[in-house]
Design a protein around this ligand. Structure first.
Ligand SMILES: Cc1cc2nc3c(=O)[nH]c(=O)nc-3n(C[C@H](O)[C@H](O)[C@H](O)COP(=O)(O)OP(=O)(O)OC[C@H]3O[C@@H](n4cnc5c(N)ncnc54)[C@H](O)[C@@H]3O)c2cc1C
Length: 767
């Protein structure tokens, strides 16, 4: 079952890192570290960032976005781009916990990630009281990324309720928190409402006896004056103890929410915006690290946890022992430099240095092209202060928008899953086997398989799988594997399994089992077994979801990480669905958008945006199972899955075996958003040329169609969709069924026609 051999690669081999540095959360200090990594990665160390957000909204510019001074894009950092530029691995998921003793980080929906050194920068939480947490009219400032859309939806709901009211009145908005964020937000939202001509009244509530605590009295006065001038009422020394939601008599224009204050008074309002500095993120409780009395992580001035574990923390999440600091982005940014210094020192076993806080300039947006500055007791205000703030914020954004140059080599010493390292000649044959314990350790950690990797067949380790034919009547086999294109082995395992299983689904077969094919780069036992485990955990997840089992596989050591699966399926007594059988009058349905090939090429060149990558991953991680079942139910005659040859190549195979032609409507062919732009920039898969050559003489493209659209037809797909030949009069009905079952990308893309005259008259006409 599991074989292990070594492949030499002409003396130079790729290798796995010796150690792992894992950053939890893409806080400001971590962004600094990722930027530094680009210039001076620590030799032998892999950098991994775990973040649920791919697009980060810069808090300093959010008030400007809400005021209409910036577009949302202008305030966004593209995390995948930044990580690619720095050869850092990005795991797009939320961390759910940590075990500092066994040095693992638990991640939502996937296996834990081991670390040698970790750092936490997950910010803070506005901490909505549990009583208001589920009320949709109470809007938390976090997450920042979708704050505007949540606010906008809530305003629309209030306004549509008021549209039926006989007593017209402004929308009442109560902002909780008189810190810098709350003040900026109240003024920005006032602008937001004015720009839309929505009458509104604002109330800013602060529990302390003053807004902007810690700022100079001059700055506080200026802010109070500005709030007054803009119609934002102020209530200080008032804590909210509850929010009561009651379905109001809308015809009387009553308020939906009744806010109860500590002093017993009650205030009616339509919306509550929660912008308090608050407390720690709920995750902090699950990190297994010492915390202060408010629940923040207690760190030394070196930013290392006071527990002594190799775990650092910076920004809002950290409390410096004996040195209380306000939770401000400025400290989070400045701590970045110290964090980077001390993490380098940790790996080099040098003494750590201490973070020494200094006073800082605070620049507050007033939302109308003016800003307020506070520095060492001084206070300034005006449009020139806004220009100053604007220049600083734009520079910060620019710093974090490093686009990787095309085909850039990783920096010296950079090590990823496929990073090259120079090493001596590797032995081949039996003398250089990957340790059997690598395999045993990885398999032993997988749920749903034995150390021998077999279920549903003989369980003791042996030379080959003996399949129980009673339990597993196998009719259909397929195999597929390819080099990893993501630096995320768990997702690569899932995609590779889905890609291989797709062949079975296309044939109308039910998957029953699969074997993994893996080539691991050389590395330590620990790193190899971790990589193998993550790959197999991903593959097993998809096999299990498809109702199949993992029957072992084969692992070699080689130059780059390759992963794939050999899979087996059962037809349950039905005839297989074939590529042939198309007849004129039928329609063609494609179930997933195209463009994956260009996106994969763009990943390799570091040219993919966060949004495009997220969409491509969404489709690659979508199984063809439900599309195949829907196809069977709907009497589909001919099926194939669209993979390496692209839509044109796979359609030509269907046409040849059916001896018919097809007409494709190019504007109906679904595509991943952002891939047209990649084609326009000349980014193509390396298979593009071969796919075009293959179609030569068989494809007629109507003059005038844009090359960036035509390129879609030759784009190879990884885990692509199904191409279905369906009766023409049922095509729309089948598309509706497919979309209802979750294949929202399904579209009718063309029709089948009679072939041209003469032998081999079958072809594709594209219009
Ligand atoms: C509207 C507004 C305006 C502000 N303006 C200013 C200003 O002008 N000047 C100033 O100094 N400060 C300002 N602040 C405060 C400032 O934003 C924070 O102090 C700063 O963002 C804290 O930085 P951080 O690096 O600690 O965390 P953050 O910037 O909050 O980043 C934390 C990251 O961790 C991620 N994360 C959270 N949970 C998890 C998890 N479970 N797993 C993985 N990742 C996770 C988050 O998604 C986020 O990307 C403002 C705040 C707001 C809300």
């Amino acid at each position: 079952m599991w074989g292990v051999i070594v492949v030499t690669m002409g003396g130079e081999v790729t290798g796995l890192p010796q150690q792992d540095l894992v950053l939890v959360g893409a806080g400001y200090a971590h962004l600094h570290l990722v930027r530094q990594w680009r210039m001076a990665p620590i030799p032998g160390v892999r950098l991994t960032v775990v973040s649920p957000d791919r697009e980060l909204t810069y808090s300093g510019m959010l008030p400007g976005v809400l005021s209409g001074l910036y577009s949302a894009d202008a305030a966004t950092i593209d995390l995948p781009q930044l990580c690619l530029a720095s050869s850092a691995r990005l795991i797009s998921a939320a961390v759910t916990g940590m075990d500092p003793d066994s040095r693992i980080i638990r991640v939502e929906g996937r296996p834990p990630i081991p670390f040698d050194v970790a750092s936490i920068a997950i910010g803070s939480s506005p901490c909505l009281p549990p009583a208001v947490a589920g009320v949709s009219e109470v809007i938390s400032i976090k997450p920042l990324g979708d704050f505007e859309s949540r606010f906008s939806a809530a305003v629309s709901a209030v306004r549509s309720r008021m549209a039926v009211a006989t007593h017209d009145r402004p929308v009442e908005i109560l902002v909780v928190g008189g810190g810098a964020a709350g003040c900026e937000l109240a003024l920005a939202l006032e602008r937001w409402m004015v720009r839309r001509r929505f009458p509104a009244r604002f109330l800013l509530v602060e529990s302390q006896n003053t807004i902007l605590r810690g700022y100079s009295s001059r700055t506080v006065e200026r802010m109070q004056r500005e709030l007054r001038a803009r119609g934002v009422a102020l209530r200080v020394s008032q804590s909210i103890v509850g929010v009561d939601r009651r379905e109001p008599d809308s015809s009387a224009g009553e308020f939906l929410l009744k806010v109860q204050f500590e002093d017993g008074s009650v205030q009616g309002t339509d919306l509550v915006i929660w912008a308090t500095g608050g407390g720690p993120m709920p995750l902090v409780e699950h990190l297994g690290l010492p915390r202060d009395d408010r629940g923040f992580l207690l760190v030394q001035k070196s930013l290392q946890s006071i527990s002594g574990a190799p775990v650092f923390a910076a920004g809002d999440v950290a409390s410096l022992l004996g040195c209380p600091l306000p939770r401000a982005g400025v400290h989070a940014v400045r701590q970045g430099a110290m964090l980077w210094n001390n993490i380098q020192h940790w790996f080099q076993r040098q003494p750590l240095r201490e973070y020494r806080p200094r006073g800082f300039l605070s620049l507050l947006s007033l939302g109308n092209g003016r800003a307020l500055a506070d520095l060492a007791g001084w206070s300034f205000e005006g449009s020139w202060v806004w220009k100053w703030k604007d220049a600083i914020d734009r520079r910060f954004l620019q710093m974090n928008r490093i686009a990787p140059s095309p085909l850039e080599e990783p920096g010296p010493g950079a090590t990823g899953e496929g990073g090259r390292v120079s090493s001596g000649m590797r032995c081949s044959g039996c003398g250089s086997k990957v340790s059997a314990s690598v395999l045993k350790t990885a398999l032993g950690r997988l749920e749903g398989t034995t150390a021998g990797g077999i279920q549903g067949s003989r369980r003791s380790p042996d030379d080959a799988v003996v399949v129980d034919r009673e339990k597993f009547p196998v009719d259909v086999f397929s195999v597929d594997f390819f080099p990893a294109f993501l630096d995320d082995p768990y997702l690569m395992g899932r995609i590779a399994a889905l890609h291989a299983l797709s062949d079975l689904w296309a044939m109308g077969a039910r998957p029953v089992g699969g074997q993994a094919l893996v080539t691991l780069p050389p590395g330590t036992e620990r790193q190899q077994s971790e990589l193998l485990y993550q790959l197999l955990a991903g593959g097993l997840h998809e096999l299990k979801s498809a109702g199949a089992e993992l029957w072992g596989g084969h692992t070699t050591e080689g130059g780059e990480l390759l992963v794939g699966f050999s899979v087996a399926g059962c037809l349950d007594g039905t005839a297989p669905l074939l590529k042939s059988g198309l007849v004129p009058g039928q329609s063609l349905i494609l179930t997933k958008p195209l463009g994956v090939g260009a996106v994969v090429a763009a990943i390799g060149q570091g040219q993919v945006s966060a949004g495009t990558l997220a969409e491509a991953l969404h489709w690659m991680l979508r199984s063809n199972a439900s599309a195949a079942r829907a196809a069977r139910q709907s009497g589909v005659t001919s099926v194939t899955d669209v993979t390496g040859f692209g839509l044109a190549g796979h359609l030509l195979e269907m046409l040849e075996s059916s001896q018919v032609s097809a007409r494709l409507q190019l504007q109906n062919v679904p595509r991943i958003g952002g891939c047209r732009e990649l084609f326009e920039r000349g980014i193509r898969s390396s298979l593009d040329a071969a796919n075009r050559k293959r179609a030569e003489g068989r494809i007629e493209v109507t003059a005038g169609l844009a090359e960036s659209d035509v390129a879609l037809l030759f784009d190879p797909q990884t885990s692509g969709g199904l191409l279905l030949g369906v009766p023409g009069d049922q095509a729309q009905q089948i598309v509706t069924l497919l979309r209802q079952k979750g294949d929202e990308g399904a579209c009718v893309v063309g029709v089948i026609e009679s072939p041209g005259s003469g032998p081999g008259g079958w072809r594709i006409r594209v219009e």
